[in-house]
Ligand binder design. Structure first.
Ligand code: FE2
Length: 283
């Protein structure tokens, strides 16, 4: 019999289906974290989920477009995508790989599928930068699947540690201000996963496969759960096994001003970003 869930563990605050939309040159995706949840899930600004076997849903990719003021994290569950940017970085993102790009003061990049058929599936997460770092020098790194740190617990949990620290394993990327924790977590049937997490840190979980229970509440496949902030403890259970993306971080509590791919602290700064882009000064 499974242990009783500690009364002090975090629960589910709300369940989110997301909004079907398209972005780039017509890539079909589901936006599970959009502008309405930016304050609630601070420091995360956006989470897009894409997944299709139909090339018409992804083949056009994301031609050249700008970003300023935040970081993008792209994680591929399946497929191949080539990244090129104005800072001279180029990378091929393949199944199981992650790309981390700090747009800082400005980057213009493209993300183009390198396949004509087959499955393309993954996530793009936007992580905000503190006001003091919004105009920092752009940074880019990609990690192939076998370069990403992994952990395994005695309770049937296996995780790829994309960011942050978990069970003594340091993730591929760490950030001091926002302390992002990003895990691709697999649970064996009957397994569970526990993670200390400061109550003030906002957290979400997206179920890729199977189903999980948090504080006794079920979260079904392709649902996002926004977790409450009632406890420093998190416990995820999976009676029949599951795969989830777990994302948590320390809120910045700074003003958010977004216009498309520019996320700053004031309308004036966003206006400046648009002016810089139009004048060819962004990147
Ligand atoms: Fe982009």
């Amino acid at each position: 019999m499974a242990d009783a869930t500690p009364a002090t563990a975090r629960g589910v605050a709300s369940l989110v289906d997301g909004v079907r939309t398209s972005d780039g040159a017509g890539v079909r995706l589901t936006r599970v974290l959009g502008q309405t949840l930016q304050r609630r899930l601070d420091p995360f600004l956006m989470l897009d989920v894409f997944g299709s076997d139909d090339p018409d849903d992804y083949i056009a990719g994301f031609p050249d477009h700008p970003h300023r003021g935040f970081e993008t994290v792209t994680y591929m569950l399946a497929g191949r995508m080539r990244h090129r940017d104005s800072a001279g970085n180029e990378g091929l993102l393949e199944t199981g790989g992650m790309q981390w790009m700090t747009a800082g003061r400005g980057v213009i990049h493209s993300e183009i599928p390198q396949q004509r058929d087959g499955r393309m599936e993954g996530f793009q997460l936007w992580l905000n930068l503190p006001a003091a770092d919004k105009l920092c020098t752009p940074w880019y790194r990609d990690f192939a699947a076998d370069a990403l740190p992994r952990l395994r617990t005695a309770h049937g949990a296996h995780a790829v540690v994309l960011a942050g620290d978990s069970h003594g394993v340091r993730g591929a990327v760490t950030r001091e201000a926002t302390a992002p924790l990003i895990l691709d977590l697999r649970l064996d049937p009957g397994g569970h996963f526990e993670q200390p997490l400061p109550a003030a840190h906002n957290a979400l979980l997206y179920v890729i496969d199977g189903a999980v229970a948090i504080g006794g509440r079920a979260v079904a496949q392709r649902r996002m759960a926004v977790l409450d902030n009632q406890s420093d403890a998190l416990r995820i259970e999976a009676a029949d096994g599951a795969r989830v993306l777990l994302v948590a971080g320390r809120p910045l509590r700074e003003p958010i001003a977004q216009y498309g791919p520019f996320v700053m602290n004031s309308e004036q700064q966003v206006y400046q970003a648009v002016q810089d882009y139009r004048a060819g000064r962004l990147a």
